[in-house]
Design a binder for this molecule. Structure first.
Ligand SMILES: Nc1ncnc2c1ncn2[C@@H]1O[C@H](COP(=O)(O)OP(=O)(O)OP(=O)(O)O)[C@@H](O)[C@H]1O
Length: 278
């Protein structure tokens, strides 16, 4: 399912936080959103998933304006993994994951064998099958994150919206989760903070700064040392990964702040040697 964001603007707390963002995500591809804290990634994801109405512009799924879709129709098209979750549920993990089946007609009666098997398979895919009878509230941060991703998979939607899904995960589980995201073949919009992980796992990268889409393209097109300096205020060196050949950024130090103390300096002429990927 194709996702188109057209001239989107969004306010939070009465303040504009997304200004005129347009981006298209072809069916079955992964768009990674990068940007400093507060740059508007979560706000954009909330608009894409229909959780918050934009102040202008629109989001289309396969050409259909999502404002014309009912709640259940949306829930069959897009599953969301939010950054913050207040679920201190005492309920067993399997029951929490089964909530993902609600848009597919499950009432509040008994779960069907098909739904249970679907949820168990999702738990197995995220390496959490052994947790199915544990109370969700008694899990570690990383275990919760994997269970919540299993619930997202269990919703079985063509679009996934994931807000920092690798939070709390150890490195093996970060790589596993993002490989799994790709392997689903769904259309994915995912906010990430790790630039190299994003480069490894996304077809396209969009960089947000102060609510604007500053750069959009393939990871190799976007992730350059000058962009990293100007957006994140960090000096870096780009090298070719010795095994994959992919562009990999090594981070050195924060750039000196501007004289007014706000943010990084304007990018000077790059001094780092940049190794071009083959
Ligand atoms: N509930 C809210 N009320 C008022 N302002 C908000 C609210 N939530 C977010 N904001 C503001 O909107 C702006 C964008 O926030 P958003 O959460 O979209 O950024 P983000 O890029 O996802 O940040 P992070 O990387 O820290 O998760 C920030 O300036 C933030 O302070």
């Amino acid at each position: 399912m194709r996702v188109d964001v057209e001239n989107l603007r969004a306010h939070r707390g009465g303040r504009p936080v997304i200004t005129d963002v347009s981006v298209s995500v072809p069916s079955g591809t992964v768009l990674g959103l990068l940007g400093p804290n507060g740059s508007g990634k979560s706000t954009l994801l909330r608009a894409v998933s229909g959780l918050a109405a934009p102040s202008a512009g629109r989001v289309r799924f396969d050409g259909t304006d999502i404002t014309s879709l009912g709640r259940k129709e949306m829930a069959r098209r897009v599953a969301v993994m939010a950054q913050e979750h207040s679920e201190e549920f005492e309920i067993p993990v399997l029951d929490l994951v089964l909530l993902g089946r609600i848009p597919h007609g499950r009432g509040y009666g008994r779960d069907s064998d098909h739904d249970i098997s679907f949820a168990q398979q999702a738990l197995a895919r995220v390496g959490a099958a052994h947790l199915e009878n544990r109370p969700f509230s008694a899990l570690s941060g990383g275990e919760r994150q994997r269970v919540l991703f299993a619930r997202t998979l269990t919703q079985d939607t063509p679009v996934l919206v994931l807000d920092e899904p690798t939070n709390h995960l150890d490195i093996a589980h970060q790589l596993e989760l993002l490989d799994l995201v790709r392997a689903t073949g769904r259309t994915v919009v995912v906010a990430l903070h790790d630039l190299n992980l994003a480069a490894r796992s996304c077809d396209a990268i969009g960089v947000l700064a102060e609510g604007s889409l500053l750069s959009l393209g393939t990871p190799d097109e976007v992730l350059h040392t000058d962009l990293v300096r100007s957006v994140f205020g960090v000096e870096s060196t780009a090298v070719a990964h010795p095994r994959s050949g992919r562009r990999h950024l090594l981070f050195d130090a924060c750039s000196p702040p501007k004289p007014n103390g706000h943010g990084p300096t304007n990018p000077p002429t790059p001094t780092e040697e940049e190794v071009t990927t083959p």
